[in-house]
Every structure is written in structure tokens, then in C-alpha cells.
Design a protein around this ligand. Sequence first.
Ligand code: ADP
Ligand code: ASP
Ligand code: MG
Length: 439
Amino acid sequence: MKKVVKFGGSSLASAEQFKKAADIIHADASRVYVVPSAPGKRFSGDTKVTDLLISAYDKAVAGEDVTDVLAEIRARYDEIITDLGMNYSLEEEYEKIARHLKEEPSRDYIASRGEYLNGRIMAAYLGSEFIDPLDVIFFNDEGNLNSYKTQKVLSARLAETPRAVIPGFYGQGKDGKVKTFSRGGSDVTGSIVAAAAKADIYENWTDVSGCLVCDPRLIKDPAPIRYITYRELRELSYMGASVLHEDAIFPVRHSGIPINIRNTNRPEDVGTWIVESTCQKPDHVITGIAGRKGFCAMLITKAMMNSEVGFGRKVLQALEDNGISFEHMPSGIDTMTIVIHEDEFLDKEQRVVSAIHRLAQPDSIEIESDLALIAVVGRGMRSASGTAGRLFSALAEKKVNVRMIDQGSSELNIIIGVENKDFETAIKAIYEKFIAEDK
Ligand code: ADP
Ligand code: ASP
Ligand code: MG
């Protein structure tokens, strides 16, 4: 049995948290590869080290003084080292970072130092070998993971290293320099290491006892999810269930390695199992609810749209030409709605509209902003009738106006669009109807 254990930022925010992580590692000899994040928040209002590093970078490029912020970063690590009672110094590393900021700083390099330094401390504390992801995780020309090269190099390295600490969040870009994943990306590193190690389980240790039906910041003490499939989790994390990075399932999915989300502060809790497929019946018709604000919709109308060959392609061409991806595209006989991230769209709005007019000659284009999307996800929906009916009656009872509906062809999810201001009310209404009342 071989396990890869990833610890999130709050699980390694202080010496006390480091000790909990070490106890977890020592409690099970099969926990052989450790993927640490950078120190996160110790209390609400605290700043994550990654955010401190990014602000140091921003200051440096703006020509501002970075002495204070570097001192703050250094204090975070020195406090951990001292409180762990270690005889260990990162002095040379702090100097390297300060030097780098003075020369031609790279944002990714600076941001990655949070994980790098924490990994160094963790390796020394556990007496384990340190593997720098710069040498074993590779990105391709497009800036995406080069899975082939990574799996080849990393598995060979792990085969000769029975126990190791491999920091999360970064690897080597095509130019040979440090490149990071997007924020929260240590989850992805954990998954890459699990796949390369051919691990039996990828344990992801965080500050909640698994993936919960809903974001705990929106609903107090939401019900936990015991089993969830990769596909369900992907839908939820993409739509805002930030407990696991939305791309973290890809590396393990092919080899069917289950992910177990666990709570560092409550190791006795079983957490959530993320699996390929399961005969475990979900506790409720829906497995989870997630959502995000900040979308807008373009409503395009044209008489006889449905019989015009190539209309959809022309509209999508206008988006492609402007480098915009879309989220959803529900359509009617003479209408088509395209849902897009508002922040991506804002600058290019008028260019896109005129391109659609030019290419597709619609009758009208109307833009609606301040939309929130909510995904109601569950493998149980396929076999339950009346789910959509219950969903819409829950929203109607709370007077939430539904602006858009899209049911994925997999019958795994129903996406609804509501106004930003109705977001919280809508999530609560759905939770009440499907989870709280469904006892
Ligand atoms: P880590 O630093 O361990 O990677 P994150 O902060 O990235 O932890 O993710 C854990 C947090 O995700 C939780 O504290 C919680 O606030 C948030 N979260 C959002 N949606 C969910 C959900 N559906 N289930 C559990 N946690 C969620
Ligand atoms: N430390 C990085 C971040 O804050 C990566 C991670 O936590 O997974 O985004
Ligand atoms: Mg995270």
C-alpha cells in the first residue's frame, strides 16, 4: 500500500499544524510521499504566504521597497522552525529571494517560493528526501502540464526514492524556469505525484472534513458527502466548490486512484471519497450544489435561426476571434444565449458584438450582466423523476427569478442562472428542499 498525502495551507500554517501533519504521516507507514502547500492563514484576517510573496513581487516591479514584506515572510518561516525546535536555517534562501526581486523578477518564481520553503522545512523535519518539482514536473508550449514527460521523469525519480517531500504548485516551464499552476494548484501536484507513484490512495488533507454538499461559507454546517464521482466533483469544483482544484482529478482519473479528502484538525473523520464510479447510493437525489457570481449572458435572436445552416458556427467564430471561451449555450428556435465570464468579456464586449453582427447578421443582441450560475449536481438525478420540478418550485417559493436553465446532456447537472443579488437565497432554497427537508 502506497499513499500520497497533500497538506493544504491551513494544515501547515504554523508549527502546531506541522506537528499535526507529521503525526498523520507517522501514523501510517504507507504515507510515503508528502506534498506541502505554502503556509496559509493561521486565523481569520491573516495573510497567506503566497499572497505575501505576490505582493512582494508587485512592489518590486513597481519599484517600491520590499523590506517589510520580506521580513514578514521570513518571520512566518522562522516562527515555524523555532516552534518546531529545529536547528535549521533558510537564511541563504531568503537572500536568494531578495536578490531575485532586485534583478529581473519572475512572478511565478516568487509565488512558488512559498511551497519551496515549506517543503524544505517539511523534508528536514521528517528526515525525508526533498525533490524539487522544477526537476520533475514539466509544462508544454501552451503552458499546460506535459503529462507524458512528467510521468516519465517523475516516476523514474520516485522509483528510486522510497520517501520524499515534493512541494506543490509549480514545475518547470518550457523556458526551463519555474512555472506555477493556477491558484490552489498544490492539489494538482498531489494528483500528479499520486499517478507517477502508482499510489493506491491520494489523501488531500485540508481544514474541512471532506467535500460538503455546499460551501460552508454559504450554509452553516452543510452535510458531508461520503462518496462522489470524479465527474460530479469536477462539475462542483469548476463551479466554485474550492475544496479541491478543478483540474486535480485529471492525473489520477486514468489510473483510477481514489482521492480521499480529510481534515488535518479531525483526522478521525472519514472524509470524502472521490472515485471513478460507485454503487454507493448518494444520500440525497443531489450530491452537491455550487455556484459562482460574475457572469453575463448574450441573448442573440434571429428569425428562423434554427434552420440557418452555420449560424452557430459564425457566432462562435466571433468569440474565438476575440479569444473568449463560453460557459453555456442554451438555445431556442429563434434564440441563442451565450453565457460568459464577465471579467473576460468586459474589455472586448463591443468588439464581440460587432463581430457577431458582421458574421452572423442576427436581428438583435442583448447583453445581461450580474448573473450568477448555480450547478446542482448528482448522479442520482438520472434515476429520480421530478428533480427539475422540485428545483424550480424551491426557487419560486423564495421568489428567485430564474434567468437561464441548462441541463447537461449527461443528466449529471442542472445549471441555473440567477441575478447576483439572488445567489445566496437561491443556494439556501435548493439546500433546504433537497438536503435539509430530505431526511
Ligand atoms: P487548502 O488550503 O487545504 O487547500 P482550501 O482553502 O483551498 O484548503 O479549501 C478548503 C476550503 O474550501 C474550506 O475551508 C471551505 O471554506 C471551502 N469550500 C468551498 N466549497 C466547499 C465544499 N463544497 N465543501 C468543502 N469545502 C468547501
Ligand atoms: N499556495 C498556493 C495558493 O495559495 C497553492 C495552493 O495553496 O494550493 O494558491
Ligand atoms: Mg486548496
